[in-house]
Design a protein around this ligand. Structure first.
Ligand SMILES: [Zn+2]
Length: 252
């Protein structure tokens, strides 16, 4: 696709969506691939609560771009309040979210704000260490197969306390079993060069990324429904890392 065509394509996608709004400046978005796109945010409008027709026009890639643009608004201090009383009322009639975000529990990662989304835009499943289990898989399947979401994002973050505790092999109540789901990522980084302790931010981040990849692999392995939807191009399952000091989300 030519560069100019891509700009029109992405602008059109955002026009159809209610997920993003904000400044009138140009921004560059780097996708999970190696392409870089510029989008005129003058064309971005807030249509209000998404309906079924608007959801059906979304694709996994268009939703990914919407989230990337929303993250630019977040890091650029361009968030606007969109959960108006009108949207609240419309939300009572049904929901047609664009994506499902599987996020860590961390209070410093306000998921809807991170992607500049409002009521009805996202399903958000949260569990310490963004791991998957049967209940999480059921939630993801509901979000995609039943409710039409186009993208699953496994969202980890820097300085994750759950990841640090897994590295330290903490044993405490029900936390032990939870950390047991993150421990494989620690073991897989056995050949990491450098200090393999929770005090080494580089190692913590490496484990965080490996854990995200492990969760994605577990989703595909343990959910034939989501695997089938991904194979048919109906959804995509991607990983992402939230950077604490900037608020930027890198997709991979
Ligand atoms: Zn965390």
């Amino acid at each position: 696709m030519k560069y100019s065509s891509l700009i029109i394509f992405v602008t059109g996608i955002v026009f159809l969506s209610c997920a993003c709004t904000g400044s009138d400046t140009n921004n560059s978005v780097t996708s999970s691939g190696d392409s870089s796109i510029s989008v005129s945010k003058k064309d971005v409008i807030n249509e209000g609560f998404r309906n079924k027709e608007a959801q059906s026009k979304l694709t996994p890639d268009s939703v990914l771009h919407i989230l990337q643009l929303g993250n630019l608004d977040y890091t650029g201090d361009n968030l606007v309040i969109r959960n108006t009383s009108e949207r609240i009322r419309k939300a009572s009639l049904g929901q047609y979210p664009a994506a499902v975000i599987l996020s860590c529990l961390d209070s410093r990662v306000p998921v809807e704000d991170v992607f500049h989304c409002g009521i009805g835009d996202l399903f958000v499943a949260r569990v310490a260490g963004n791991i998957s289990n049967e209940d999480i898989l059921g939630s993801l399947e509901y979000g995609c197969k039943v409710s039409g979401a186009k993208l699953v994002v496994v969202l980890g973050h820097e300085y994750c306390g759950a990841v640090k505790s897994a590295i330290d092999d903490v044993k405490l109540g029900n936390i032990t079993a939870l950390l047991g789901k993150i421990r494989p990522a620690v073991m897989q980084l056995d050949t990491f060069s450098g200090d393999k302790s929770s005090k080494n931010a580089a190692f913590v981040e490496a484990v965080c990324r490996q854990n995200i990849l492990n969760t994605i692999r577990a989703i595909r392995m343990n959910s034939p429904i989501l695997m089938d939807m991904e194979n048919k191009g109906e959804i995509k399952i991607v990983g992402a890392e939230y950077h604490m000091e900037t608020g930027r989300v890198d997709f991979f």
